[in-house]
Ligand binder design. Structure first.
Ligand SMILES: Cc1cc2nc3c(=O)[nH]c(=O)nc-3n(C[C@H](O)[C@H](O)[C@H](O)COP(=O)(O)OP(=O)(O)OC[C@H]3O[C@@H](n4cnc5c(N)ncnc54)[C@H](O)[C@@H]3O)c2cc1C
Length: 539
């Protein structure tokens, strides 16, 4: 092949986005909508990453994330879809999540009054403790309200330049001043202050919830992030109609409708900074792209192996802050509907034993498809996802026999957890697939299968978090759940939105409408061919 042939194959674009997880999809769709010709390269054969989906034996399973936040009126997914001029994916509010502890069930209610009663009655041992519990939860509610309001205004942390400072000025409010003193506290500190730290069932309940939302337990989870994490059900979680496939496809359709180009099965193997500026990007299958800007939707752990530059000095501190992330062990069950009551809540949390590690099946999160959701399961069937935390390293070191034995052991423990909720579950299982960190590494490309962002502590979050530009490369942004603000689909969306803000110079998603209207998402507009950079609308 001559030099000319090679040159012909180079795709030129304004922005190359690497990875079509929620962060990459959000950044790509917003940039494309604002006139930046965007090429989105995804290694897998479907978009979504840890919020993706797969098909097996007639079932459509969510691969990782199953519940969504950010679909409320001020939510970040709502704001994104509004800017894209695309319909918000349909979803149903989850009204109640029962948490089964070894000796009691705590019904976490979306209804404020019901939840305010339940969270005191289930844990108070006397009237004085009930009063302290009320005070603790009032503080959590107040703090969470401030955090949600602040998130809707698109914070940009850590502070790395004047634009970040200016963006965060919008957050200052009397409510914010009220929670600022807790900036350097943990949830554990607040429990101690309310003399609740020794209430073991309460601690176990909070730790289980915090592990899911902040990847850390009360003693290490920052108070501000932890308060928001403990508040997610009151704030409102939803399940997309048709599961995560519907949510992800809505992003892909909006991106394509604006003319964006998504290339699947294109694992990027090299990102080479060019002497004159910009980047050359190469994939395993020989695709070569050139872009003045790169948005990398990758966990920070993946970066050193991909970028052809010595990042060791720049990344040493961020990688230290990132530490080793959790892995997930997941069970994907296809079950006959008769073993699950039609009116059962879609989500449950189970703790098998007090005083033991939450990992490897002692704590489990259950997510069901709706009884009438034909996009997820055949008639008379439902999907049931069950997940638990697990340390990643042991899975990689194990011999094939030890790996299989451990997989069987955790599967068994998770099935025991499911039986606490649905006693006849084993009679109804038609399909059972376990997933380990090795599975996640294979399908999402994440280093060692570490998922769910960082174990959030005071020293790797908010003001001290990892920034999108911390790799120190010009016109290069890292987005996704290992940079601010962290894990979960709205948080990942915010990291993508922040990259879009940096690139376009916009301050907010609701800024004046684009000069041209979005084509109707259903109209299957043919993607525009990649071409030399477009003239950009003024910021
Ligand atoms: C089991 C589990 C349950 C969860 N439950 C929830 C939940 O209910 N709600 C919630 O909000 N969050 C949940 N989360 C967290 C949430 O799913 C993630 O934080 C979020 O989806 C991460 O998105 P991301 O954009 O950071 O990256 P990822 O999802 O990791 O996406 C990155 C993408 O980049 C691609 N890629 C990787 N390397 C390359 C390469 N070299 N070239 C090209 N492409 C590449 C990958 O294939 C992937 O598609 C859960 C996570 C797990 C694992």
């Amino acid at each position: 092949m001559g030099a000319q042939d090679v040159a012909k194959k180079i795709l030129e674009c304004d922005v190359a986005v690497i990875g079509a997880g929620v962060a990459g999809l959000t950044a790509a769709a917003l940039l494309q909508r604002d006139g930046y010709q965007t090429l989105l390269l995804e290694a897998h054969d479907k978009a979504g990453g840890c919020a993706g989906y797969f098909f097996h034996k007639g079932y459509n399973f969510d691969a990782g994330a199953t519940v969504l936040m950010g679909l409320d009126r001020a939510g970040l997914h709502t704001q994104t879809f509004e800017r894209l001029g695309a319909p918000l994916p349909e979803s149903a509010l989850i009204r109640r999540v029962p948490a089964r502890l070894p000796d009691r069930t705590v019904n976490i209610d979306h209804d404020q009054a019901a939840w305010a009663r339940e969270r005191v009655e289930r844990f108070a041992r006397d009237a004085a403790e009930a009063e302290r519990l009320r005070a603790f939860w009032r503080l959590i509610d107040r703090t969470a309200d401030v955090m949600w309001a602040a998130t809707a205004k698109l914070p940009s942390l850590p502070l790395r330049g004047w634009r970040d400072i200016a963006a965060n000025l919008r957050l200052v409010s009397p409510g914010f001043a009220g929670v600022a003193p807790y900036l350097f506290s943990t949830i554990g500190d607040a429990l101690r202050r309310h003399q609740l730290h020794e209430n073991a069932p309460l601690r176990a309940f909070l730790d289980g919830l915090l592990l899911i939302t902040a990847q850390e337990t009360a003693d290490r989870a920052p108070f501000l992030n932890g308060a928001a994490g403990l508040d997610i059900y009151r704030h409102g979680i939803r399940r997309a109609r048709g599961g995560m496939k519907a949510f992800i496809k809505a992003h892909v359709e909006a991106f394509r409708a604006w003319g964006g180009v998504l290339k699947l099965r294109q694992r990027v193997t090299r990102i080479a900074p060019q002497r004159g500026g910009g980047y050359l990007i190469e994939t395993e299958r020989g695709l070569i792209a050139r872009a003045p800007r790169v948005v990398a939707n990758l966990p920070i752990w993946n970066l050193p192996g991909l970028v052809e530059a010595d990042l060791s000095a720049r990344l040493a501190r961020p990688l230290e802050k990132a530490g080793t992330g959790w892995g997930a062990f997941t069970l994907y069950l296809g079950v006959r509907a008769e073993v699950i009551p039609d009116d059962a809540p879609l989500n449950h949390q189970v703790l098998l034993r007090y005083g033991e590690s939450f990992a490897d099946g002692n704590s489990a999160f259950l997510s069901l498809s709706e009884p009438d959701d034909r996009a997820s399961a055949p008639p008379g069937r439902r999907t049931l996802n069950v997940s638990t935390h697990t340390e990643v390293d042991g899975w990689w070191r194990a011999s094939p026999e030890a790996y299989a034995a451990r997989r069987a052991e955790v599967t068994e423990r998770l099935l025991t957890a499911v039986e606490r909720v649905f006693p006849n579950i084993r009679d109804g299982i038609e399909c059972l697939l376990p997933g380990t960190p090795v599975t996640f590494a294979r399908y999402t490309g994440r280093a060692r299968g570490m998922v769910g962002g960082l174990r959030t502590t005071l020293w790797n979050s908010n003001l001290f978090g990892i920034g999108a530009r911390d790799a120190g490369l010009p016109n290069f942004w890292l987005v996704g759940d290992t940079v601010f603000p962290g894990q979960g689909t709205p948080a990942c969306a915010l990291s993508g939105i922040n990259a879009w803000r940096d690139i376009t110079g916009h301050w907010a998603l609701q800024s004046p409408p684009a000069r041209e209207r979005a084509p109707a998402v259903k109209s299957a507009v043919k993607p525009a061919p990649l071409k030399p950079p477009l003239a950009r609308p003024a910021p």
